[in-house]
Design a protein. Structure first.
Length: 133
């Protein structure tokens, strides 16, 4: 997918860490888009069911608590991926080189799925509830 984005295989530990850290921008960008879509989706699903003046999600809690804490834990999970690769590399360098891109996209998909869970919960919760006119 990112053929031009791929560089030479990292051969040293600092190069490997740089490989992962450079892709953190892509990781966080994708998660930011998924998080925004999840937020908008929750508002669209829950909005018609709430009386005027009520929020599905408290905006201040979202800005000051939920988003910063979420990105902290998502990036902690991301760091664990390259720590795991470093330990895999210790035992089997060729395997590490083969699975690196797969692991990156797997962690992006896992984090995106976790990010979208509140939307799916809102869909299940609000299904069948009366719409307030």
């Amino acid at each position: 997918m990112f053929g031009a984005y791929e560089t030479a295989k990292p051969t040293t530990i600092p190069q490997l860490i740089w490989w992962w850290e450079w892709r953190r921008l892509v990781f966080n960008g994708i998660l930011l888009v998924v998080l925004f879509a999840t937020y908008v989706g929750i508002l669209e699903v829950a909005g018609p069911h709430l009386p005027g003046g009520q929020d599905a999600i408290e905006p201040m809690a979202m800005v000051f608590f939920i988003i910063p804490q979420y990105f902290f834990y998502a990036n902690l999970l991301y760091v664990l991926t390259w720590v795991v690769e470093l330990s895999l590399r210790w035992f089997h360098v060729e395997m590490s080189d083969k699975v690196r891109v797969w692991v990156f996209w797997s962690i992006v998909l896992l984090a995106s799925a976790i990010t979208s869970l509140p939307f799916w919960w809102a869909c299940i919760y609000w299904f069948g509830k009366p719409v307030i006119s």
